[in-house]
Design a protein around this ligand. Structure first.
Ligand code: TSJ
Length: 674
């Protein structure tokens, strides 16, 4: 750990001079959602993890060994570590301000000033302390550093006291932050949930075996039969392996042993820890992390792991002469596996609306090579256990093939009767299994999409012009509309009373329109069409929106895509902060984007983000519980957009609402024939 720290940190001391001052915190209070991904319960608890992450960083960098998390009787939260203490020296550009005050009162990009080995930077992360401060009714900081105790208090982001010396301390150092989130922002009822915080503390302890976390909760806040203890010293000397055992409890696993380990990445670029087992029954799960930050939407580290496991097992099958091993797919191996994956790298890049996906490209190869190596060893070490695993995966592959055959025969016979539209570029795969169709606005965008697609599983249907506003059109008019006809034919599942979900020819229907007001309008019309004509398709979770970027930002070797102006601004303040020349190009439409970029940003399942269209009432039916449980079953799917308000807004005659919708979705209203 410490050698890594030295290697990636040019400075060994940090001071106020290293902090770049940006701006005050008013924007955070004005648009809290932009900084913490909403103002709901989840965002509320995010405040706690932002603060805790700072102490974790200090621990992971080797400067702290103990963290205390205390939920107080008044529902405020206190987090303490025994690290170096936040620097308190004067900031050169701000005559009267200490580094500490600057950290808590200005928005700053995390990576800029930290000199940390594994900082949790990336937009949401790293700017945490000032954002939490801005969104707290009060926040108190105490720092024990250089044998002195310092204290400063804040309210809603502004200092209410100066940084004061509180006397000397001899054998103690570290940072303590107490805060109370602001009810003006989160609503009167918002309150920390003991279970949520306790699980957060536990998962952090699992993720870094070198830290001890002391949990405490005021007993008054706990139900009599609560699973949460009032006090506990949490420590997992075996890291993720302990986590896996706790998750699997007594469940029997294939081959009777798990695949666990920690390893340095090539060139000591970081390290990866993993704990994997294949339960004999039941579903698998995957929880991945980067620098102890959860990445529920996966990303490049998960990608690397997938390759290593599938390549490793197939190669092993080859070696022992199991011919059928070549039929095993990555999904056969992954679907039933219980996986914990934790990566530590300097300066990770996160992506997605709530930064829940790892985007650092190098991570994929690093993780793949490192784990593949260990996996090969592990497989060779115990041939009888490895044979059990191989046999089980061959069995699963055969089961899958059998089911696919059943589906394929059903679909082929359906296809024969069906005339497919001429404009459709269908996918090669005959069964609906894991296939998708992109409904693309315009012929030129359709062309790029055809080049960028995966022919095996991705079909493209270009739609010309505005499709009919189906809500106000008559039935005959709808049927006469060519674009609508094409769509109905391509999907194969019929409409209205004839709708039959089992005949749907693709697993996912993805609406892909320009990231502008016209695009939003066409997407809304399409959603309305599905809502009125094929509602079952939305209810079963088959309808998605692609998220094409609006901008590309490049500076030197750093490049990124932004989906809107706010996202672009955010990237300028984070990833590109301090970069001298940032080249910003705006895509006028999907058709303008090179096929390779369209593929990378919007189409490739490994790198894109999709929004699933859902009817709020259908959520329960889809089993998408709102409750977050950090320990298990964090939903892995895409984000969701609610459909009913959208349809209502576009419904028939309510012109005012329609106008409002377009205003809300447009920075620049243009001619719209609605
Ligand atoms: F988020 C926060 F700022 F509020 C916060 C930070 C909250 C808590 C509970 C702890 C911390 C924190 C920060 N713990 N430890 C640190 N360490 C530093 O900020 C630090 C100290 C010394 C040096 C150095 O180079 O000398 C560098 C850093 C980043």
């Amino acid at each position: 750990m410490s050698d890594l720290f030295a290697a990636s940190s040019p400075k060994d001391s940090y001071g106020a001079k290293d902090i770049e001052v940006l701006e005050g915190l008013e924007p955070v209070r004005k648009r809290p959602g932009m900084y913490i991904g909403g103002t709901d319960e989840r965002a509320f608890h995010h405040l706690a993890s932002e603060i805790l992450d700072n102490s974790m960083d200090e621990a992971v960098a080797g400067h702290a060994s103990r963290i205390e998390v205390t939920l107080n009787a008044d529902s405020s939260l206190t987090i303490t570590d025994n690290g170096r203490g936040i620097p308190v020296d004067k900031h050169p550009k701000h005559k009267d301000k200490s580094a500490l005050e600057v950290i808590f009162t200005t928005l700053h990009a995390g990576g800029k000033f930290s000199g940390k080995a594994y900082q949790t930077s990336g937009g949401l992360h790293g700017v945490g302390s000032s954002v939490v401060n801005a969104l707290s009714e009060w926040l108190h900081v105490e720092v024990a550093r250089d044998k002195q105790l310092y204290r400063q208090e804040f309210a809603r982001g502004l200092p209410t006291t100066k940084l004061k010396k509180m006397g000397s301390v001899n054998n103690r150092r570290g940072t303590t932050v107490s805060f109370f989130p602001d009810h003006e922002i989160f609503g009167k009822k918002a309150k920390f949930k003991p279970l949520w915080l306790y699980q957060m503390a536990r998962s952090k302890a699992y993720l870094f075996r070198g830290v001890e976390i002391r949990w405490a909760c005021d007993p008054e806040l706990l139900d009599k039969d609560s699973k949460v203890p009032a006090e506990e010293t949490i420590r997992f000397p075996n890291g993720l392996e302990d986590f896996l055992n706790a998750s699997l409890k007594e469940m029997p696993i294939v081959g009777g042993r798990s695949f666990c380990g920690v390893a340095d990445l090539p060139d000591k670029a970081g390290k990866v820890e993993f704990a994997i087992a294949w339960p004999e029954r039941g579903d698998g799960f995957i929880h991945s992390y980067c620098n102890t930050i959860p990445t529920p939407q996966g990303g490049t580290h998960e990608q690397g792991l997938r390759s290593s496991l599938s390549k490793g097992l197939r190669a092993y099958g080859d070696m022992v002469g199991a011919k059928k091993a070549s039929n095993i797919t990555t999904d056969d191996i992954m679907d039933g596996a219980a996986i914990l994956l934790s990566l530590f790298i300097p300066d990770p890049q996160f992506q997605g609306q709530t930064k829940e996906k790892l985007a650092s490209a190098e991570a994929a190869k690093w993780v793949e090579t490192t784990i593949k190596d260990h996996f090969d060893h592990w497989l060779s070490a115990d041939p009888s256990a490895s044979k059990a695993l191989l046999d089980e995966m061959i069995y699963r592959a055969e089961e899958r093939a059998r089911k696919k055959d059943e589906k394929a025969t059903a679909r082929k016979s359906a296809t024969r009767k069906l005339r497919l539209p001429g404009k459709l570029a269908d996918c090669a795969r005959q069964s609906a299994n894991d296939t998708e169709i992109f409904l693309v606005e315009g012929d030129s965008a359709g062309g790029s999409a055809k080049q960028g697609r995966n022919r095996e599983t991705q079909a493209i249907l270009p739609l010309r012009g505005k499709i009919l506003n189906v809500v106000s059109a008559s039935k005959d008019k709808i049927r006469a509309n060519q674009e609508v006809q094409d769509m109905i034919q391509a999907l194969g599942c019929g409409t209205g009373n004839d709708f039959d979900l089992s005949k749907l020819r693709y697993e996912r229907i993805i609406i892909m329109t320009d990231a502008d007001v016209d695009g939003a309008h066409i997407a809304a019309l399409l959603i309305t069409f599905f809502y009125t004509q094929m509602r079952g398709l939305i209810e079963a979770g088959h309808l998605y929106l692609a998220q094409p970027p609006l901008y590309r930002l490049v500076s030197g070797t750093t490049s990124a895509y932004a989906r809107d102006d706010a996202h672009k601004d955010e990237l300028m303040e984070t990833l590109f902060k301090g970069k001298s020349k940032v080249d910003v190009s705006r895509f006028k439409g999907l058709g303008e984007m090179p096929a390779a970029q369209l593929k990378e940003t919007t189409m490739n399942p490994q790198t894109r983000t999709l929004l699933r269209v859902a009817i709020p009432d259908a959520r329960a039916a889809l089993g998408l519980a709102e409750e977050m449980d950090l320990g298990e079953n964090v939903p892995h799917g895409p984000d969701y957009v609610a459909v009913d308000s959208l349809v209502d807004e576009l419904m028939g005659k309510n012109a005012e609402k329609r106008f409002q919708f377009i205003q809300d979705n447009a920075a620049f209203a243009q001619d719209l024939d609605i």
